[in-house]
Every structure is written in structure tokens, then in C-alpha cells.
Ligand binder design. Structure first.
Ligand code: C2E
Ligand code: MG
Ligand code: MG
Length: 428
């Protein structure tokens, strides 16, 4: 009896993961090809909702009801294992590796909608994942692959998904990026800032540059900020990352000022940063410590920022602005542009998203939205900056529309701080 402890799930009494792993090898060596089907009853959020609303005993009943229904759908003699609190696995015959085994479709159909638990219909968010059982993959890796497939299945029409190496590779890459980011922030040479000049469209002068982060990963090579910033935003790493950018941008700007270039540096902040208490103090503190005046710094934020914690965000932006930091709304028009807030946001500059600017290449190109955005923004008292100017035509046209400033490959690409000094020298 004692030897059985730890080998069965205490809620359903089904054999657990340990037993699955022990039996994996014989299963994989069976003369008929087998497919591993993994069923997850709910995702963590849904399970927590059940726990919160109905309690732990009911949540156990939910798992038992799921296990019972699942058992009734499997071919006779099939052994069902419970491999985690909400996941079950079984080996089913694979007649043809390319076809979904019938039983997987039957399971997805039976769990679609709701299952009855203590006479209450409870909505399920079941995932059904499939992976061929192969000796080389091993038991633990097969479970992981099937779980990936079960998660993918929530986005499929049929409710069933095969393990997909590509989708898994993307997840593994995201995981590696996040795991390696703390070391990159600590190391001296993996992260860098490049600066893209901001040009006054009337005079052609350059009085500012936007700091854009670059990461050269020791194994993966250059990783775009468009890939790693959104990942960092899902974690607490976005705090130290933005602080790193801030410190580096301020130090490099101080050096450029000392060398005689009168520049304002624009720093991109994430929605999470601005929703965190004390961000304004930190920025002002670093600004002073670097020996900069507040007007030497511009803070760029995006529309999404206002959705995160709008009260605190607006308060912090207003405070920074009152202290003399220039505030810019980035990527305007790319989100769900709620025009009613435009008159209330504490910003000085509105940066028009590239998607309105880049299509502009020749006379006659549709500029209806662009024209009116510039007009509304100027009417509300913002200075307007267009992003993504790639052609002489776009440059001239935006100037004619009354746009104040611009950035884009036509004028200059982002470049390291030292190159920015040379670029400015070349223009004077
Ligand atoms: P963003 O803030 O809107 O920055 C402008 C992006 O457009 C930059 O891409 C820039 O290299 C690119 N760009 C500029 N001119 C042109 C052009 O004429 N044509 C085209 N096709 N692209 C142009 P990058 O550096 O890859 O950055 C992408 C995004 O990543 C940024 O968009 C920003 O949202 C984010 N990002 C970059 N650095 C940071 C950072 O330090 N902190 C945070 N929170 N986000 C950052
Ligand atoms: Mg920006
Ligand atoms: Mg932008």
C-alpha cells in the first residue's frame, strides 16, 4: 500500500505522471503506432475563476467530472493518466499520422460548451493536443509537446491540434529571450542605443534624436526591439530595461551637449512604466544626476499607455510635463485612437504613425487621413512629428501639410551616438 503513495492522483485516483513516464517506453515500442492525446480541462485563469467562485471542493468535483467524461470516451482498455492538476494523457492508436484520431475529435466535441458538475453546467475551456509517441522524444518531452499542442488547439476551429514545431520554436525563442534579458541588462556590451535624428521640416535643422534600443544576443544575433520589448512588457523586466535606456540616453546626451551639439533626446516608455508608482520621480532624479535640464529630454508614450492605468499615467505625465520634460504621444493612429482623449492628454507632441506616412510616395497617393490628422493635431495645439519619411516626396508633402517635424530613412537611419556626432558635423 505504501508503495502506491505518490503514484495516483489524490483527487481522481488515476495513475499519475510518474506512472506515465514509467510506461512510456513500452508504449513507444508497441508494434502498432500510438498517438499521445493530452487533454487540458481549463486554462489557469478559468480554473482560478472556478476556485474563487465555487471553492476548492467544487473545483475537485469539476476535475473528477472531467476525468469521468474523458474515461467514458476512450476506447475500452485505454489507460488514462492524470499528468497535472488539469491535464490528462492517454495513448490512442494512430491509424494514419496525418489524420486526427477519431477519439480526439470526439473528446473535443463532448467538452465543447459545458459539462455538468453537481447539476451545475460549468463551461470548459478544453484543449486537445496530439503528438506521435516516439521513443526518441522521451516521455517528459512528449508531454511537453502535447501540452504545447493542447494550448494551440484553443485557437483552432476543430478544437484539436497536432504538435507544431514552428509554433513551439517561437515559444522557446521567446522564453530564451526573456531568460537571457537580465544578463544582457547587466553586461556591458550586449545592449546599445542607436539614435535617429528628428528634423524640423521647415528649416531642415536637427534639434533632437530618438533613442532606439539594440540588442546583439551572443547566440541569436541582433534581436529587434519590436520582438523583445513586448515580451519584456509581460514581465517585471521592463522596469530595469527602461531605466537602463534612460541612464544610457542621458549620459550620451550629456556627452553630446558637452561636445557642442544642442540636442534633445527622446526616450520610449512602455505603458507598464508609466502605470508604476514613482516613475516620474525616477526620471527626474536621473535627469538631474546626469546634469541635464528637463527640456533636454522627451518622453514618448503610446496610446496603449492610457488603457493600462489611466489615472496614474496621466498624473505622472502631467507632473513630468510641468517639470519641463517634453511629452510625446507615439504611433498616433495605430491603436484604437480614441479621439475624445486627445484634448485631455498631457502631451506637447503628437507623432503620426508610419502607416500613414510610408505609403506616401508620389503625387496623387491618398493622404486624406494624414491631412486631417495633421489638421486636428495642430488645431488642438500639438506640435506634429511624422514618422517613417522614406522619400523626398513624403518630406515635401508633409511640410506642405503643415507638419512640424519628421523622422525617417530619407533623412537618416538610427545610428550609434558617435556616428550621430559625425552626421551632425557633416551637415553644418
Ligand atoms: P518607435 O518608437 O515608433 O520607433 C520608430 C521605429 O521606426 C524604429 O524601429 C525606427 O528604426 C523605425 N524607422 C524610423 N524611420 C523609418 C523609416 O523611414 N522607415 C521604416 N520602415 N522604419 C523607420 P526600431 O528601432 O526597430 O524600434 C521599433 C519599436 O520598438 C519602436 O517604435 C518602439 O516602440 C520600440 N522601442 C525601441 N527602442 C525602445 C526603448 O528603448 N524602449 C521601449 N519601451 N521601446 C522601444
Ligand atoms: Mg518612439
Ligand atoms: Mg513610433
Amino acid at each position: 500500500m505504501l508503495s502506491q503513495i505518490g503514484r495516483y492522483d489524490h483527487v481522481t485516483r488515476l495513475p499519475n505522471r510518474l506512472q506515465f513516464l514509467e510506461q512510456f517506453e513500452p508504449l513507444a515500442m508497441s508494434p502498432v503506432p500510438n498517438m499521445l492525446v493530452l487533454v487540458t480541462l481549463a486554462d489557469a485563469r478559468h480554473y482560478n475563476e472556478i476556485l474563487r467562485a465555487l471553492g476548492m471542493a467544487f473545483a475537485d468535483d469539476f476535475v473528477r467530472a472531467g476525468a469521468k467524461l474523458l474515461g467514458s470516451l476512450l476506447p475500452p482498455q485505454t489507460r488514462l493518466f492524470q499528468v497535472s492538476v488539469l491535464s490528462f494523457a492517454a495513448a490512442v492508436p494512430a491509424d494514419n499520422a496525418a489524420d486526427t484520431p477519431l477519439v480526439a475529435s470526439v473528446i473535443a466535441a463532448a467538452f465543447a460548451g459545458a459539462i455538468e458538475v453537481n447539476a451545475i453546467p460549468i463551461k470548459t475551456h478544453v484543449g486537445v493536443g496530439l503528438v506521435p509517441i516516439e521513443l526518441e522524444r522521451g516521455g517528459a518531452e512528449s508531454l511537453r509537446a502535447a501540452l504545447v499542442a493542447a494550448q494551440d488547439s484553443r485557437r483552432t476551429e476543430s478544437g484539436v491540434a497536432f504538435y507544431n514545431h514552428q509554433s513551439d520554436a517561437a515559444h522557446l525563442r521567446a522564453f530564451k529571450i526573456l531568460a537571457d534579458l537580465p544578463q544582457a541588462i547587466r553586461s556591458a556590451d550586449q545592449l546599445q542605443l542607436h539614435y535617429q535624428p528628428r528634423i524640423d521640416l521647415r528649416t531642415g535643422g536637427c534639434h533632437g534624436a530618438e533613442a532606439l534600443i539594440r540588442w546583439i544576443h551572443p547566440e541569436l544575433g541582433a534581436i529587434s526591439p519590436a520582438e523583445f520589448i513586448p515580451l519584456a512588457e509581460q514581465t517585471a523586466l521592463i522596469g530595469p530595461l527602461t531605466e537602463w535606456v534612460m541612464l544610457r540616453a542621458m549620459t550620451e546626451n550629456r556627452r553630446l551637449l558637452d561636445a557642442g551639439y544642442d540636442l534633445r533626446v527622446s526616450i520610449n516608455a512602455s505603458p507598464v512604466n508609466l502605470s508604476e508608482h514613482g516613475f516620474d520621480d525616477m526620471l527626474l532624479h536621473h535627469c538631474e544626476a546626469a546634469g541635464l535640464q528637463p527640456h533636454h529630454i522627451e518622453l514618448e508614450f503610446t496610446e496603449g499607455t492610457l488603457a493600462t492605468n489611466s489615472a496614474r499615467t496621466i498624473q505622472q505625465l502631467a507632473r513630468l510635463r510641468a517639470a519641463g520634460i517634453v511629452v510625446a504621444l507615439d504611433d498616433f493612429g495605430s491603436g484604437y485612437s480614441n479621439l475624445s482623449y486627445l484634448s485631455r492628454i498631457p502631451a506637447d507632441v503628437l507623432k503620426i504613425d508610419q502607416s500613414f506616412v510610408r505609403p506616401l510616395t508620389a503625387t496623387g497617393d491618398d493622404d486624406f487621413l494624414l491631412r486631417h490628422i495633421v489638421s486636428i493635431a495642430r488645431g488642438l495645439g500639438f506640435r506634429v512629428c511624422a514618422e517613417g519619411i522614406e522619400t523626398a516626396y513624403a518630406f515635401d508633402h508633409l511640410r506642405a501639410l503643415g507638419c512640424d517635424e519628421g523622422q525617417g530613412y530619407f533623412m537618416a537611419r538610427p545610428m550609434p551616438a558617435a556616428a550621430l556626432g559625425q552626421w551632425l558635423d557633416g551637415r553644418s
